[in-house]
Ligand binder design. Structure first.
Ligand code: ATR
Length: 282
């Protein structure tokens, strides 16, 4: 067992549920790598307890927190400040302790950009389709808009949420955005950000079986467990040349958070490979 002492720095992640989180192992790995005396703890926090949890964590001197599903927007009113990127995204996944309260950051944004880059691609002049309109869809849409995508289409179960995301992005970027009831084909990059395919919804896909991936260069599913979702299996079978799950993004966003709290992690791709070996449970 890892031993702690009076100088151990405490970090953690809040979410509901939290049991599936791989962040404690990833941050533990980074802490060992950098020789930092820290603990990283999962906290199961219900929505109604967010104000008390954040106030209590600050009072306890918890140096930083990650925020995961479904609290990435809900924590915002309880922070003292948002950094510019987090403000533009409208969702937060990393909190950094300051005297007055926590400052909110969004490292999913960098995680998404790095995932696309890991396949040798960028968003520049690409058409992008995103399923979902929750806490992961916001950084996906903003990464695409910021990276110079020529068009973004949004598809979500609750159309109003997709419309809100579209107007949010339009308030920062002059970009063509459309909200549709079903996923259209012919997009260069497809980013799947819903929870369809995960947990109780494992085996399901947000696109119908006859969806055509023709012309798609990259299919990216933010889900990392199971390793291959029905969506990714469908994309692979359809011949999409680049297919990637959410695991590398999880490591990239964690490395970015670790950089905000402690120090930058070099050679991220080597760590993705190593952590994939250590953590994948199918
Ligand atoms: P995250 O932070 O990972 O984005 P979230 O904010 O809870 O998680 O968002 C989950 C996304 O999955 C939402 O877009 C949600 O659709 P709604 O906006 O309609 O809630 C989508 N989602 C969840 N369950 C779904 C289901 N059974 N069918 C289709 N979409 C679903």
């Amino acid at each position: 067992m890892q031993t702690f002492n009076g100088k151990t720095l405490v970090y953690g992640v809040i979410g509901d549920p939290i049991g599936h989180s791989l962040s404690p192992q990833i941050h533990g790995y980074f802490a060992d790598l950098c020789g930092i005396n820290m603990a990283y703890v999962p906290f199961h926090v219900k929505n109604e307890n967010i104000p008390d949890a954040i106030k209590g964590a600050h009072a306890l001197g918890i140096k930083g927190l990650n925020v995961t599903v479904p609290h990435k927007k809900a924590v915002i009113p309880h922070l003292v400040k948002l950094d510019k990127t987090a403000e533009k995204i409208g969702a937060v996944n990393t909190l950094v302790w300051s005297d007055d309260g926590y400052i909110g950051y969004n490292t999913d944004y960098a995680g998404i950009k790095k995932t696309v880059a890991s396949k040798g691609l960028t968003f520049k002049d690409k058409s992008v389709i995103i399923t979902g309109a929750g806490g992961s869809a916001y950084p996906a849409a903003v990464s695409a808009a910021d990276g110079g995508a020529k068009k973004i289409a949004l598809v979500n179960r609750t159309k109003e949420n997709a419309e809100n995301l579209a107007s949010h992005v339009k308030s920062y970027y002059n970009i063509e955005m459309e909200v549709t009831d079903t996923a259209a084909s012919g997009f260069d990059i497809f980013i799947q950000t819903t929870t369809v395919g995960f947990g109780a919804l494992e085996g399901q896909s947000p696109v119908p079986d006859d969806y055509s991936f023709d012309g798609t260069q990259l299919a990216f599913d933010i889900i990392f467990t199971p390793q291959e979702t029905a969506f990714l299996r469908h994309a692979k079978k359809s011949g999409v040349p680049n297919v990637i799950n959410g695991f590398p993004m999880l490591v990239y966003q964690a490395a970015e958070s670790f950089g905000l709290w402690q120090e930058n992690i070099p050679n991220e791709d080597a760590h993705v490979t190593e952590l994939e070996k250590r953590l994948y449970i199918n």
